[in-house]
Design a protein around this ligand. Structure first.
Ligand code: 13P
Length: 361
């Protein structure tokens, strides 16, 4: 494929905008069915209007654009508007935040009788990219899931290769239509494996992913990677320090990711808000000593929203408290993206584990 150079300069500019110093992404793209557990936990009915109100609270948080450069939305949210009938993508653009769209349509079994998966969403992908671009989207997300099960030798090579090719194909379509693709091959936290196993598997997954991106001629300077951090499984007996997670994660990235990549935006994966921030901070402290040519920042869902959701509780009178909680986490993660987070004044809410087994988006 010959790259279209005007597309390339726009893709590079937008990717670099997203990872500009001290900023990161809010992943607010939970589907109507996956947000149900979170709404249930605070006693809020899961209706389209409640979801709109909740997203409006986050998106209109005063000064949030100083810390958040992009917001990923589900199609439903992308089509919704604020109380003044301005569409969310338009409102975000006016506020200096790039609108993003989740393009994948969930998971399906890779083969019969396996819990390994591939990700759906190719049916009308080109048309959807064109449509979302016209309506203001400038970047996109697609999540693939890899599970570690050592007894079953999973993830299998078949799962790794299929998901790598799916991500590369999605990325090449996005770029042809002007959207910066976020590539998310998530090795999920489920399981009792140790940190070394997570590192080994993630290295294999990322190496296969970048080989596929090269085969599909994806323009790396206009592309972002959204990886998991390298941690032990959620049920692992031995817990590890933030500094070990940071070193294992940076080692994994330096072994697999080309320097041309525009940036790395981590998912939080079910870690507590505080753990996700601390780990990001440790990485950015280490970055100067390690071979690490990319910006390392955040694209958190749960780890940016948990305290805000709790503070809101579905009540109008709590909206500014919710915004305050959200802003606090955004500021903390902004500091962590510069390696300057001090970890002071942590609420108990921010320490709560946010892991959900077989989590869907
Ligand atoms: P978490 O930070 O909650 O893992 O979500 C990020 C995301 O976008 C997953 O697709």
């Amino acid at each position: 494929m010959i790259h279209n150079s005007s597309n390339e300069s726009m893709l590079k500019k937008n990717a670099e905008f997203i990872v500009q110093q001290g900023k990161g992404i809010l992943a607010a793209d939970e589907s109507p069915s996956s947000i149900v557990k979170r709404f249930q936990s605070i006693g809020v009915e899961n209706t389209a209007e409640q979801r709109r109100i909740y997203r409006q609270i986050l998106f209109t948080t005063p000064n949030i654009q100083q810390y958040i450069s992009g917001i990923i939305m589900h199609e439903e949210t992308f089509n919704q508007s604020n109380d003044s009938s301005i569409s969310f993508p338009m409102m975000l653009t006016q506020n200096g935040i790039l609108p993003g769209i989740k393009l994948d349509r969930g998971l399906e079994s890779l083969t019969i009788n396996t819990n390994e998966t591939i990700t759906l969403g190719f049916d009308d992908l080109e048309k959807r990219c064109e449509d979302f671009f016209t309506r203001g989207a400038r970047f996109a997300k697609w999540r693939c899931v890899l599970r570690i099960n050592q007894t079953k030798n999973q993830p299998t090579q078949v799962a790794i290769l299929n998901n790598a090719i799916i991500l590369a194909r999605y990325a090449s379509i996005c770029q042809a239509k002007g959207l910066v693709p976020i590539i998310e091959p998530e090795v999920i936290l489920d399981g009792d494996h140790d940190i070394y196993t997570c590192q080994y598997v993630t290295e294999k997954v990322l190496a296969a992913t970048f080989k596929a991106l090269s085969d599909y001629n994806v323009y790396l300077e206009g592309c972002l990677l959204k990886p998991n951090m390298i941690t032990p499984g959620h049920e692992a007996k031995k817990k590890v320090k933030s500094s070990d997670i940071a070193l294992a994660t940076i080692t994994t990235l330096s072994r697999t990711c080309p320097p041309a990549l525009a940036g790395i935006v981590f998912l939080s994966g079910g870690q507590s808000e505080e753990d996700a921030t601390m780990n990001l901070n440790q990485m950015n402290k280490l970055i100067y000593q390690q071979k690490c040519p990319w910006v390392l920042t955040f694209s958190f869902g749960r780890a940016l929203q948990a305290s805000a959701l709790k503070a809101w509780g579905g009540k109008r009178e709590n909206e500014s408290n919710a915004q305050h909680s959200f802003l606090k986490r955004a500021i903390a993660n902004s500091s962590a993206s510069r390696g300057e987070y001090d970890g002071k004044n942590i609420s108990n809410e921010a320490k709560k584990n946010l892991h959900i087994v077989e989590h869907n988006y």
